[in-house]
Design a binder for this molecule. Structure first.
Ligand code: ATP
Ligand code: MG
Length: 359
């Protein structure tokens, strides 16, 4: 009897800094909610971090950042018994698949993607400095997703376009070489792009982003949360539009957000009181995360063990998929044919050189 497997989910983050509230509402909450219904693969995308941070000193920071990212994931309720957390660079088969997928990706498709330009800007890279790896970011991401044969990819809004590239590549590959890949679907949360805070000039005009420094981090203390949230400017009561502060009430006080805005516009409640309500709501969400994080951090070697176990699982899945890809593309038969011919020649050599005079 074959047991039908649960649908697979894959998503992840670059270890470029601590996970923040944008991650929480943009993708982490979805990941936690889907852990029972899906076989979950969560990638710590260290190769992707090299697209904008490839200097030696930046690479030397990776061990600390990777550990901290796994702690962030565990703190929000990712359960290592149900989800596979793995290190991207520990799965070399993904490099092989990425190269094969590059052959199927028109450069014109990638150069139209605005998020790549945004990432280059955030990383302070001039157009002439953009590495090929950054242009190919969505192809490597497609390799991660397709390698796991993931059906579902919970991502923030800025990442949806990358999942579309993975969809196109899966369809193209299946049509050209035979049905190998599941065609992945993105899941976008109800808060696809939480704005940042003004810990940098104009931080709230951009999405909250680790590389910009406009974040409220999951590991921040209550005091830091309050200090950072209070950097957000208040709109004049009744001012139209959707000021950043109210994006936070929609995300963290969804049931009260409309009333809060109305009361503020009518002058029933002041700006500082709105900030206080939001700070209290965020702090209530973060308090259990801080405890869970501290418990995992105290358990020496546990984080590393989770990552190694997960990476071993991911390697098995990856090599299995890569084998099917090579077979479908004719690369495996090419190699097998060469090996067979060599074996046949070796066999032939074992035969006596002068038949009948072997003694
Ligand atoms: P970086 O500045 O290094 O690009 P980031 O903060 O944008 O970091 P990523 O690692 O690029 O974070 O994103 C991980 C996932 O979190 C992606 O699915 C992304 O869409 C989502 N995400 C990131 N920031 C936000 C945000 N502010 N609101 C909603 N989702 C977000
Ligand atoms: Mg990003």
């Amino acid at each position: 009897m074959t047991v039908a497997r649960k649908p697979r989910l894959l998503t992840g983050d670059r270890p470029t800094g601590p996970l923040h509230l944008g991650h929480l509402v943009g993708t982490l909450q979805n990941r936690v909610a889907l852990q029972d219904s899906h076989e979950c693969f969560l990638i710590v995308a260290d190769l992707h971090s090299l697209t904008t941070r490839s200097k030696r000193e930046q690479i030397l920071e990776l061990p600390g950042r990777v550990r901290s990212m796994v702690l962030d994931l565990l703190s929000v309720g990712i359960d290592p018994a149900r989800s596979t957390i793995y290190l991207q660079s520990g799965v070399p088969a993904v490099y092989d698949l990425a190269i094969l997928l590059q052959m199927l990706t028109p450069v014109a498709r990638l150069s139209k993607i605005d998020t790549i330009k945004d990432m280059a800007r955030s990383a302070g890279l001039a157009e002439s400095e953009v590495p090929m790896g950054l242009l190919g970011y969505p192809v490597l991401q497609a390799a991660d997703i397709l390698m796991a044969n993931a059906e579902l990819v919970p991502v923030g809004g800025d990442n949806e376009i990358h999942v579309q590239v993975a969809q196109e590549l899966a369809q193209h590959f299946n049509e050209a070489y035979g049905p190998v890949f599941a065609v992945p679907q993105p899941t976008i949360s109800s808060t696809p792009s939480l704005p940042g805070v003004n810990t940098i000039p104009d931080g709230s005009a951009h999405k909250m982003s680790k590389s910009l420094g406009n974040t409220i981090n999951l590991e921040d203390s209550s005091e830091e949360v309050a200090r950072k949230l209070r950097t957000l400017p208040g709109p004049a009561p009744g001012e139209p539009g959707r000021p950043p502060l109210f994006a936070f009430s929609e995300a963290f006080l969804p049931a009260e957000a409309d009333d809060l805005r109305r009361d503020y516009d009518r002058g029933v409640i002041g700006f500082a009181a709105v900030q206080d309500r939001i700070i209290t709501a965020i702090d209530a969400v973060l308090a259990p995360f801080r405890e869970r994080r501290a418990a995992f951090a105290r358990d020496r070697g546990r984080v590393e063990e989770i990552l190694v176990d997960g990476t071993i699982t991911a390697r098995k899945v990856a090599y299995e998929t890569l084998g099917r890809v090579r077979e479908a593309m004719g690369l495996e038969p090419l190699w097998a044919g060469l090996v067979q011919a060599t074996q046949a020649r070796a066999e032939a050599r074992k035969r006596p050189v002068y038949p009948g005079r072997e003694h």
